[in-house]
Ligand binder design. Structure first.
Ligand code: HEM
Ligand SMILES: *[C@@H]1O[C@H](CO)[C@@H](O)[C@H](O)[C@H]1NC(C)=O
Ligand SMILES: *[C@@H]1O[C@H](CO)[C@@H](O)[C@H](O)[C@H]1NC(C)=O
Ligand SMILES: *[C@@H]1O[C@H](CO)[C@@H](O)[C@H](O)[C@H]1NC(C)=O
Ligand SMILES: *[C@@H]1O[C@H](CO)[C@@H](O)[C@H](O)[C@H]1NC(C)=O
Ligand SMILES: *[C@@H]1O[C@H](CO)[C@@H](O)[C@H](O)[C@H]1NC(C)=O
Length: 344
């Protein structure tokens, strides 16, 4: 039938019934187009709609199942919370929050794990596997890997002492991944303020979202290779901070590249607003960090967050929810992967 184009595989059965019933009871082409239009509008918006109660009946113990694995992973290694939080960012910025970052390479595509921002840097894949195994045991074939990343990011923030929020759910998993998109979309630590603003804008995120999300660098670590130029060759850095970072990050390229330093010099494992205090004191570790407080349009917001932790917390939560809304696969798009590393 010609009008089947209005009802692709995403169409729910009940809507289809309403639609065909209306069709049977009227031959008016006006009614046809009005109904078809409403159907498209309704489906379009409901498809884009994530919900905090998405798994309430299909997987009632989801949150406690995820949290207990995250908690024990962080008990084993504090840094893991930071690594899991970063996974969410690197998933969402590459064709939406669709679990694509978790896919291993196949003969059909080169995955995102070896993209420049991820290779030898992104961590936590084993923990996601453990969570997925636990969740599959509790509710087989129901919960997406994309949603697991989203819940895991929230739990990691909470465990590190940060704010909590209700995570929107209902994302489905991608069946493909793109190293090229990961290289293009995830900003590098050499980025200027305007490049950072543009990068987030390209994802539909505001400059406020960008500044607030950058506060994630209140936990976790970075490799010498990502901040070497800054600590040896920039003037917008506190001299004693630079000197202390130089002690474990030699100037010579290819020497000590993987040596780690905390992103937040003050409270490296605590999710607080210390990141912004560091920036105000010219103690941002990455060039991109310090760009947020180098005399540009974001100076005032950094200053505000450095003195108002509650405003930072609330803007961070808003921004995490906004980031989680980036291009989700819903309805019957994508799939619920059985194994987060491969398509079904
Ligand atoms: C604004 C642009 C951003 C840039 C340029 C950037 C860059 C980086 C870099 C270079 C590292 C160190 C990686 C390494 O040396 O292995 C890092 C670590 C990290 N990033 Fe970002 N990032 C940005 C935004 C974000 C956002 C939005 C989040 C999360 C909401 C985030 C969370 C993290 C975390 C938690 C770590 C530490 C990870 C760990 O210890 O394993 N970053 N980031
Ligand atoms: C869904 O589950 C959450 C967490 O278990 C609970 O707080 C909430 O009240 C539930 N909501 C509905 C509508 O059932
Ligand atoms: C590659 O794609 C083809 C066609 O979609 C599919 O049949 C095959 O299973 C895929 N191979 C892998 C390794 O995923
Ligand atoms: C990823 O890192 C490994 C080990 O450091 C390296 O051998 C490999 O060439 C890198 N891959 C890419 C695509 O850069
Ligand atoms: C250091 O900074 C100067 C001036 O900003 C620049 O010309 C030079 O290329 C930089 N050197 C390195 C190794 O980044
Ligand atoms: C670090 O290395 C760069 C380039 O190799 C050089 O220009 C700079 O003078 C060095 N800085 C220090 C403090 O040694």
């Amino acid at each position: 039938m010609q009008y089947s184009m209005f009802c692709s595989s995403t169409c729910s059965t009940s809507l289809w019934l309403i639609f065909t019933k209306t069709m049977a009871s009227s031959s008016s082409s006006l009614v046809f187009f009005v109904v078809a239009y409403l159907l498209v509008v309704f489906l379009g918006s409901s498809n884009a709609q994530l919900s905090t109660t998405f798994y309430n009946t299909s997987c009632p113990n989801l949150f406690s199942t995820v949290k207990s694995v995250v908690q024990s992973a962080i008990n084993k290694e504090t840094r893991m919370g930071a690594s899991l939080l970063r996974l969410f960012f690197h998933d969402c910025f590459v064709n939406g929050c669709d679990g694509s970052v978790l896919l291993d390479d196949t003969s059909n595509f080169t995955g995102e794990k070896t993209a420049a921002p991820n290779n030898g840097s992104l961590r936590g894949f084993d923990v996601i596997d453990q969570i997925k195994t636990a969740v599959e045991k509790a509710c087989p074939g129901v919960v997406s890997c994309a949603d697991i990343i989203a819940i895991t990011a929230r739990d990691s923030v909470v465990i590190a002492g940060g704010p909590t929020w209700s995570v929107k759910l209902g994302r489905r998993d991608a069946t493909t991944a793109s190293r090229t998109a990961a290289n293009n979309n995830i900003p590098p630590p050499t980025a200027s303020l305007s490049a950072l603003i543009t990068s987030f804008q390209n994802q539909g995120l505001s400059t406020t979202d960008m500044v607030a999300l950058s506060g994630a660098h209140t936990i976790g670590q970075a490799r010498c290779t990502t901040f070497r130029t800054r600590i040896y060759n920039e003037s917008t850095i506190d001299a004693s901070f630079a000197q202390s970072r130089q002690s474990n990050c030699p100037n010579a390229t290819n020497s000590g590249d993987d040596n780690l330093a905390p992103l937040d010099v003050k409270t490296p494992n605590r999710f607080d607003n210390g990141y912004y205090t560091n920036l105000v004191n010219q103690k941002g570790l990455l060039h991109s960090d310090q760009q947020l407080f180098s005399g540009g349009s974001t100076n005032a917001l950094v200053q505000t967050y450095s003195t108002k932790p509650s405003q930072f917390n609330s803007d961070f939560v808003t921004a995490m929810i906004n980031m989680g809304d980036i291009k989700p696969l819903t309805g019957s798009n994508g799939e619920i992967r059985k194994n987060c590393r491969k398509t079904n």
